[in-house]
Design a protein around this ligand. Structure first.
Ligand code: AMP
Ligand code: ZN
Length: 466
């Protein structure tokens, strides 16, 4: 194991950047709110997945691979799912199963590791019911007309995470006023189900849980009453996380639910909020189907610090693809050594991936062309899920589907690299192979070049060049 690096994280709970000190350094416990499974994950949903995947990998690197328990749930009971079932006439279970398998496929394509546990809400109904009963017994919740509500006024620290007072919240929020609520801010722990709505028997009648109680029940079951890190998008800070904290702290009588709260900022597309009406709404699958490799998407998502809003642009995709091609080639025949200490230090500083990436750029362009730098580049990139062997597949598969220009550019940059390394035979081999595939290249002294296709140009031969 590596010498322990001190990780620092910006903790939303305390509004400051703090040293990360785990409760138990043999078992670091992390919870991230996962998707509601009724449709393909959109690009925005991929941001927390990739960001917290890097956190997971960093924690594993520092504390040991088996020393981290990372839980990310699936919300598989929700009114959006019920609506989708009603629209399509399909059983709920089919929809959630299919969406979960899509999610796994798409997030794998982005190089995200599977969390240690991926609990489904519907597998934890007894734990939710028990927690709700406990909250009623302790006087924090009340049953009314088949509903159970959490009584927000009973928890004096409600609103502390998001820094709002209860009165601000009432003024600003779209709270549902209902006759059975003692206060408009009280939120649902349990609600009645009728007709085709999914439901379970409970002390309050046939019904289903509210959304917030899921995360409180599942995190307590899998990580304990108090755990290390709770993560999610900033859009979840209020009311979802505020409500999770209220439920968990009141049920367990604890000072905190999690010691560190991490929130990622939102993703936009070309400067605008992603929305179906603006026509800039993409799922991860849409982008993969357009031929943008998952590794490139991952790189773009990592270019912006997680606490800053990020903009997805075509320009960034181009830049990412170019950089990754260069790095793949520069490291093609190398074995990874150790991640560079500067790279780790940047990651440990509140996941400053932009800074970490600039370390990689430095390693890849080091004028000494030292192979040990490139081996370290490879190890560093792999630590954050880039330049993995699998990821590199797109370099060749994309060639087959066309893109001769990209391929030639890539081979020429490889030739340039060989020349810099004074590996003349390899450099010449590329020129000769291009020529025999029917690509005639004219090179200038400064490294620039032009090329044309001869009449015997053979794209298959071109694609086969290694
Ligand atoms: P949802 O299924 O809508 O609850 O979202 C799942 C996850 O994606 C949550 O952690 C959200 O915070 C996150 N998320 C949703 N939209 C965006 C976005 N545009 N940018 C970044 N994260 C998002
Ligand atoms: Zn949650």
């Amino acid at each position: 194991m590596v010498d322990k690096v001190q990780i620092r994280l910006t903790n939303t709970r305390t509004r400051s950047k703090e040293d990360f000190n785990p409760i138990d350094d043999k078992n670091i416990r992390v919870y991230a709110c996962g998707p509601t499974v009724y449709d393909r994950a959109h690009l925005g949903n991929a941001r927390p997945v990739v960001v917290f995947d890097v956190l997971f990998r960093l924690l594993q690197h520092v504390y040991g691979e088996d020393a981290v328990t990372y839980v990310r749930n699936f919300t598989d009971v929700d009114d959006k799912i019920n609506a989708r079932a009603a629209e399509t006439g399909r059983p709920i279970r089919d929809i959630t199963e299919e969406t979960i398998s899509w999610y796994h496929e798409d997030m794998k394509a982005l190089g995200a590791l599977r969390p240690t546990e991926e609990p489904r809400a519907t597998d934890y109904i007894p734990q939710m019911v028990a927690m709700i009963e406990d909250l009623i017994t302790k006087g924090f919740a009340y049953a009314a007309e088949g509903h159970v509500l959490f009584e927000v006024r009973k928890f004096s620290e409600y609103g502390k995470l998001s820094g709002r007072s209860l009165d601000d919240m009432i003024a600003g929020a779209r709270v549902e006023v209902a006759p059975f609520k003692r206060d408009p801010m009280d939120f649902v722990l349990w609600k009645p189900s009728t007709g085709n709505q999914p439901g379970w028997d409970s002390p309050w009648g046939y019904g289903r849980p509210g959304w917030h109680i899921e995360c409180s029940a599942m995190s307590a079951e899998l990580l304990g009453d108090v755990f290390d890190i709770h993560a999610g998008g900033i859009d979840l800070q209020f009311p979802h996380h505020e409500n999770e904290i209220a439920q968990s702290r009141c049920a367990h009588g604890s000072e905190v639910m999690a010691n560190y709260w991490l929130h990622n900022e939102m993703l936009q597309v070309e400067g605008k909020k992603m929305s179906k009406s603006l026509g800039n709404f993409f799922t991860v699958r849409d982008l993969l189907d357009q031929g943008i490799p998952g590794e490139v998407i991952r790189y773009v998502l990592l270019m912006t610090h997680y606490r800053k809003p990020m903009d997805w642009t075509v320009e960034k995709v181009r830049e990412a693809e170019k950089t990754l091609r260069r790095w793949h080639h520069a490291t093609a025949d190398l074995q990874p050594s150790e991640p560079h200490p500067d790279f780790i230090a940047a990651l440990a500083d509140d996941l400053n991936i932009a800074e970490a990436m600039s370390v990689l750029h430095r390693l890849s362009t080091d004028p000494s062309r030292d192979r040990s730098m490139l081996s370290s580049l490879l190890a560093s990139a792999r630590l954050v899920g880039l330049l993995t062997e699998k990821g590199g597949n797109w370099l060749t598969t994309q060639r087959i589907g066309g893109g001769s220009d990209v391929l030639i550019e890539e081979l020429m940059s490889q030739r340039w690299e060989f020349r810099q390394l004074k590996m003349w035979a390899d450099a010449d081999r590329i020129r000769d192979q291009l020529s025999s595939a029917g690509v005639k290249v004219s090179e200038n002294k400064d490294g620039s070049y032009t090329y044309e296709f001869t009449s015997d140009f053979d794209p298959v031969k071109l694609a086969a060049i290694k």
